[in-house]
Design a protein around this ligand. Structure first.
Ligand code: 13P
Ligand code: SF4
Length: 289
């Protein structure tokens, strides 16, 4: 199973490719005894929590996530305790112990719909991504209390370079992931999860797209629409045109081969934490049917 931010050669040989929600949904359903999750550590943990009896492997166990790291479980738990009476909604990009003190998990695909299942005046803590949280507040009219976390990849997109590209390609549609800063989201024609951006690009009648999310998704966009042009929005302070997640890209085809051959790099989740964390993940899957 591979996330869209994996290297193209891994995406090409995967049995399943998808965004965070699709990977969790497919992991929950698979009959396989072993899942190799080509993504980052929290994705492997989510699969393991959903399938405690299966072996879950990640090709490089050092594939972490700056967003998950921006929300240490002990600090988040203390924050939750300081706010009794609040419902806790956590983005899937969190470690298992954060999910264990969460009421319902969301991904960028289902966050809006799940937040809207709660009354408008429900007191909600949303963590850890402040950009996604701000965006959901703005489109739902909520005032959720936000954890101050962010993804170092999605925060890096350059407004100046995007404005320059818009001048060069005036007819291009701008696609942006909601983990991007609000200045980038304001310039976007479409804001959505990796899957939503892919769907839009595939169905759109436009020919050119400026893509503000991890550039691995361009591989599937180009495969689905070979006649269209997809241009990655560049990050700040870089001569490189692409914005790649260094954690995601730790997984390589060679490491995947070793992992399959040796059944190495197994993910383990503490049993007590897993028992608590599975509830808000299952609640998300139920609300996403
Ligand atoms: P989605 O897969 O939900 O679009 O999330 C993007 C991401 O940053 C995954 O690490
Ligand atoms: Fe985490 Fe950002 Fe990399 Fe996704 S792109 S795994 S949120 S650091």
């Amino acid at each position: 199973m591979a996330h869209y931010y994996q290297n193209s050669d891994i995406q090409d040989i995967a049995d399943v490719i998808g965004d965070s929600l699709a990977l969790a949904q497919k992991a929950a359903k698979t009959q396989a005894d072993i899942i190799v999750l080509c993504g980052v550590h929290f994705m492997g943990e989510t699969a393991k929590i959903l399938c405690p009896d299966k072996k879950v492997l990640v090709p490089d166990l050092n594939a972490g996530c700056s967003l998950a790291d921006s929300c240490p479980a002990d600090e988040f738990e203390a924050f939750v305790k300081q706010h009794p009476g609040y419902t806790v909604i956590s983005y899937v990009n969190t470690y298992a112990a954060v999910k264990a003190c969460t009421d319902v998990v969301v991904t960028s695909t289902n966050a809006k719909n799940i937040v809207e299942t709660f009354d408008k005046d429900e007191k909600i803590i949303f963590g850890p991504d402040k950009n996604l949280g701000n965006y959901i507040n703005s489109i739902t009219g909520r005032n959720m209390l936000l954890w101050n976390g962010a993804c170092h990849v999605h925060e890096q997109f350059s407004v100046e370079k995007l404005l320059q590209l818009k001048k060069e390609y005036p007819k291009a549609k701008v696609l942006a992931h909601p983990e991007c800063k609000s200045v980038i989201l304001k310039l976007a024609d479409v804001v959505g999860s990796t899957q939503a951006l892919l769907n839009f690009a595939t169905q759109s009648e436009s020919d050119v797209f400026l893509v503000a999310t991890e550039s691995g998704i361009l591989h599937e966009m180009r495969k689905k629409s070979p006649s269209k042009t997809f241009i990655p929005v560049p990050p700040n302070d870089s001569t490189c045109a692409c914005n790649e997640c260094n954690f995601m890209r730790l997984n390589t085809l060679e490491k995947l081969y070793d992992c399959l051959k040796n059944e190495s790099n197994e993910i383990h989740v503490d049993e007590e934490i897993s028992k608590k964390a599975v509830k808000p993940i299952l609640r998300m899957l139920e609300l996403s049917k």
